[in-house]
Write a protein that binds this ligand. Structure first.
Ligand SMILES: [Zn+2]
Length: 279
């Protein structure tokens, strides 16, 4: 009788211990996924953020260049030794080519945001390709180098948009879900600052606008954001620079009998939102 009871008790404890062990493994993984999910999705063809432990982030500005906001933004970035990426509209770049040249001379990265802010999803593959190619050529003529990155207006994409961008060797870059400053709604300077600073994580991509309306609030918020992020230890880099910060992969893979260096393996996995599912 005594033996039976202790056996039952042992079984009960064993089950409890097993449950605790499963929880101990599953909970941190679940938490990591929840955490990662707040920064972007898991489509391997899109860049939402870069997985890194280093305190680096990329500020991005869409819809410019604008003759009123962009030069002020460039001055603020220079004063804080910060780099950023400008996703320009072809038509605005054609109107203000000197500002695009200023951006490039200041070490900023220029990305393609279509010619006239079209919703690429609503057009055919051929029309999308035509628009992106036209903007690539135009920016190439202005700064001597066509962009490596594109951001679809409204963040609107589908498989066709991704395919077209891929065919043009353009990386599709969105932004970390918690890092949409919503500056285009003019919500007030402190709202823009807190949206960006309160949720920033290493590897994040932050969304601002330097065109498409009055950007006084963006201009006023930017020095405060840069002061806070710098005090937190962040370095602000371009998106292409950020991509080189992806966490190094421990395995060196073989491709067609040839060893692929770790950095190159890491670079191919700089796919934001991967969350370990796209290996
Ligand atoms: Zn836009």
């Amino acid at each position: 009788m005594i033996v039976t009871i202790s056996l039952r008790s042992w079984r009960r404890h064993w089950r409890l211990a097993a449950a605790a062990a499963i929880l101990a493994v599953a909970l941190p993984a679940w938490w990591r996924d929840v955490h990662a999910g707040s920064r972007g999705g898991s489509n391997p063809h899109l860049v939402w953020y870069v997985k890194t432990k280093q305190k680096v982030a990329a500020l991005t500005f869409d819809d410019g260049p604008s003759p009123t906001a962009t030069p002020k933004i460039l001055n603020i970035l220079a004063a804080h030794h910060a780099r950023a990426t400008f996703f320009v509209l072809g038509q605005a770049a054609r109107q203000y080519p000197e500002i695009v040249r200023q951006e490039a001379r200041a070490g900023m990265e220029i990305g393609n945001h279509t010619y006239a802010h079209i919703n690429l999803k609503l057009h055919s593959k051929e029309q999308d390709a035509e628009d992106l190619k036209h903007t690539q050529k135009l920016v190439g003529k202005i700064i001597g180098r066509a962009p490596d990155l594109m951001r679809p207006p409204y963040g609107a994409y589908d498989a066709s948009v991704i395919t077209v961008a891929h065919q043009l060797k353009l990386k599709v870059v969105l932004w970390s879900w918690t890092e949409d400053s919503k500056d285009w709604t003019n919500p007030g300077v402190s709202s823009i600052v807190s949206r960006v600073v309160n949720h920033i994580q290493p590897g994040d991509i932050v969304l601002f606008h330097d065109g498409g309306g009055n950007r006084d609030q963006t201009v006023a918020a930017l020095p405060l954001i840069l002061n806070d992020l710098t005090a937190m230890g962040y370095r602000l880099v371009t998106v292409s620079q950020l991509l080189t910060y992806s966490a190094p992969q421990p395995v060196v893979r073989r491709r067609q009998g040839e060893l692929v260096p770790t950095e190159r393996v890491a670079a191919t996995k700089t796919i934001i939102g991967c969350r370990g599912h796209c290996r």
